[in-house]
Design a protein around this ligand. Structure first.
Ligand code: 5AD
Ligand code: SF4
Length: 431
C-alpha cells in the first residue's frame, strides 16, 4: 500500500514540476513515507530522519516532509520530536501532496494534515512520456481504502480509517489508462479487498463481480489481488478463479495463527477449521494454486503448544511463501492492553522456527518446477549476472531468465524452461 501511495505522490508531484534526484544531497524536497505496523518500522524512520536533519543546514530551502501512518498516528508529536520537519501528512492526504509542498514553500510554520477524506474521488493523473518511474508491466490499483476489522494487534484501522470502496467506473477507467501505458498485469489493492463494495459505492457491488468486470477489460493479461481476509472470502470468489483465465493461480490469505484461542484473542473471527475448509475448496477448484500467508508469533499468552499449532497449519496448507512477524505491541490497540507475556528471546526462537519451516516448504515446492516450463511476465532486466530478464510466474514465484536481449522486452509474456530453484526464486531459459 505504501509503495502504491509513494508512486502516486511521485506522479502528482511530477505534474508540479518535481523530478526524482539520484542523491538526497541534490534534492529540494525529501518525503519519507512511513509505516507504523510494527515498532521496528518506526525505529527505522527515526534513524533515517537523523541522517536527513543535517541536510537542512547545508540547504536551508530543503523541504522535509513525513507522510504515511506514523504521521496519522502521532502527527503533533512527530513535529515536537523532529522540529526540523516542514509538514506531516496522513495516508488519506496523499492527493493533497502538491498543495502541502506549495504551502510549505510559502509558510515558515510547520503543519500537520491528518484528516480522513470521506468523499473525494481519486484523481487519475496523466502518465507523461518522460516520467522516469513509469508504471511497469505490473501495476497496483487501489480499490478500497481503510479497514473495519479491528484485529486486536493491528494499528491500520486507526491510521487508515474506515473502509471505503472506489466507484467501479473510476477503477475501470484507471485500469484502461494503465493498460494503455503498458500495464499487462493489474494487482487490485486494499487492506481487505474482499469486503469491496460494502461501503462508499452509489450501487453496492460484491468483490467477485468486480473481478468478472475487470477481467473483461481488453489488453489485461493477468489479474491479482491483495490482501484478503478469510471472513469475507466467498465461494463466488473461488468460482472466479475457475472461470477467469486472467485471474492467476495465487492467493495471499493471512492466517496469523494456527490456534483457535489465539485467533479469538486476535479478534480474527474465524477458526482454523473454517480457514482450512476454504483452502481445501480452492485447491479442489484450482489444483495448482499457490498459497502465501502472514503469521504472527509470540502474541500475548501464546503457549508453546499454541505456537506448534501454527507450524502444523503451515505444513498442512503448504504455503509457498510467508511473511512472518514477531508480535509488536502497538499503542492504542486492544492487544496493547494485554500483557506482552512472551519473552523476546522466545519470540525470536519461534520466529526462527517458522522461517526454517517455511524455507523447507518453499524448497520442496521449488524443486517441483525444475524441468518444467512456466509462463513469465517480463518485468525488467535481471540484476543477476548471466541472466537477462526478471519477472514472475502466475503463482508469484520470482523468475530470472536467460534470453535474447534484443528479442524480448519488459511486458512480454514468455515461456521459461526452469533448470534451477533457489529460495522463492526460479531460473531458466526462455523457450
Ligand atoms: N505485530 C506484528 N505483526 C503485525 N502485523 C500487523 N500488526 C502487527 C503487530 N502489531 C502483521 C500481520 C498483518 C501484516 C500486514 O502485518 O501479520 O497481516
Ligand atoms: Fe489489520 Fe488486516 Fe486485521 Fe485490518 S484485517 S485490522 S489491516 S490485520
Amino acid at each position: 500500500m505504501n509503495v502504491a501511495d509513494t508512486d502516486r505522490m511521485e506522479l502528482i508531484l511530477f505534474h508540479s514540476g518535481y523530478r526524482r534526484t539520484q542523491e538526497k544531497e541534490d534534492a529540494d524536497l525529501i518525503l519519507v513515507n512511513t509505516c507504523s505496523i510494527r515498532e521496528k518500522a518506526e525505529q527505522k524512520t527515526f534513524s533515517l530522519f537523523g541522517g536527513l536533519k543535517p541536510l537542512k543546514t547545508t540547504n536551508p530551502d530543503l523541504i522535509l516532509g513525513l507522510t504515511g501512518c506514523m504521521g496519522q498516528q502521532d502527527g503533533e508529536n512527530m513535529l515536537k520530536r523532529m522540529p526540523f520537519l516542514d509538514f506531516v501528512l496522513g495516508p488519506d492526504q496523499v492527493e493533497g501532496i502538491g498543495r502541502a509542498v506549495d504551502l510549505a514553500r510559502e509558510s515558515e510554520k510547520s503543519f500537520v494534515w491528518t484528516g480522513f477524506d470521506s468523499e473525494k474521488k481519486y484523481s487519475i493523473p496523466e502518465i507523461p512520456g518522460d516520467l522516469p518511474k513509469k508504471p511497469g508491466p505490473s501495476a497496483f490499483v487501489n480499490i478500497i481504502k481503510g479497514c473495519d476489522k479491528f484485529c486486536t494487534f493491528c494499528i491500520v484501522p486507526f491510521t487508515r480509517g474506515r473502509e471505503k470502496s472506489r466507484e467501479p467506473d473510476e477503477l475501470y477507467q484507471e485500469i484502461r489508462h494503465l493498460i494503455l501505458h503498458g500495464a499487462k498485469e493489474i494487482i487490485l489493492l486494499g487492506q481487505n479487498v474482499n469486503s469491496y463494495g460494502k461501503r462508499g459505492l452509489t450501487n453496492p457491488m460484491p468483490f467477485h463481480e468486480l473481478l468478472y468486470k475487470v477481467a473483461e477489460i481488453p489488453g489485461l493479461q493477468r489479474l491479482r489481488f491483495t490482501t484478503s481476509h478469510p471472513n469475507d472470502f466467498t465461494k463466488e470468489t473461488i468460482r472466479a478463479y475457475r472461470d477467469l483465465d486472467v485471474l492467476v493461480n495465487h492467493l495471499h490469505l493471512p492466517i496469523q495463527s494456527g490456534n483457535n484461542e489465539i485467533l479469538k484473542s486476535m479478534r480474527r473471527d474465524h477458526t482454523v477449521e473454517g480457514y482450512l475448509e476454504l483452502i481445501d475448496e480452492l485447491k479442489a477448484e484450482v489444483p495448482d494454486v499457490s498459497l502465501t500467508t502472514d503469521i504472527i508469533v509470540g502474541f500475548p499468552g501464546e503457549t508453546d503448544a499454541q505456537f506448534k499449532d501454527t507450524l502444523n497449519v503451515m505444513e498442512r496448507v503448504g504455503y509457498s511463501s510467508s511473511f512472518m512477524f514477531s508480535y509488536s505491541p502497538r499503542p492504542g490497540t486492544p492487544a496493547n492492553e494485554m500483557q506482552d507475556s512472551v519473552p523476546e528471546e522466545v519470540k525470536r526462537q519461534r520466529l526462527q522456527e517458522t522461517i526454517q519451516l517455511q524455507n523447507r516448504l518453499t524448497e520442496e515446492q521449488g524443486k517441483d518446477f525444475v524441468g518444467k516450463t512456466v509462463e513469465m511476465l517480463i518485468e525488467g532486466n535481471s540484476s543477476r549476472p548471466d541472466y537477462s530478464f526478471k519477472g514472475r510466474n502466475p503463482q508469484y514465484w520470482r523468475v530470472n531468465a536467460k534470453g535474447d536481449g534484443s528479442r524480448y522486452h519488459a511486458g512480454d509474456m514468455v515461456e521459461v524452461h526452469i533448470d534451477q530453484a533457489s529460495g522463492h526464486g526460479l531460473s531458466g531459459v526462455i523457450q
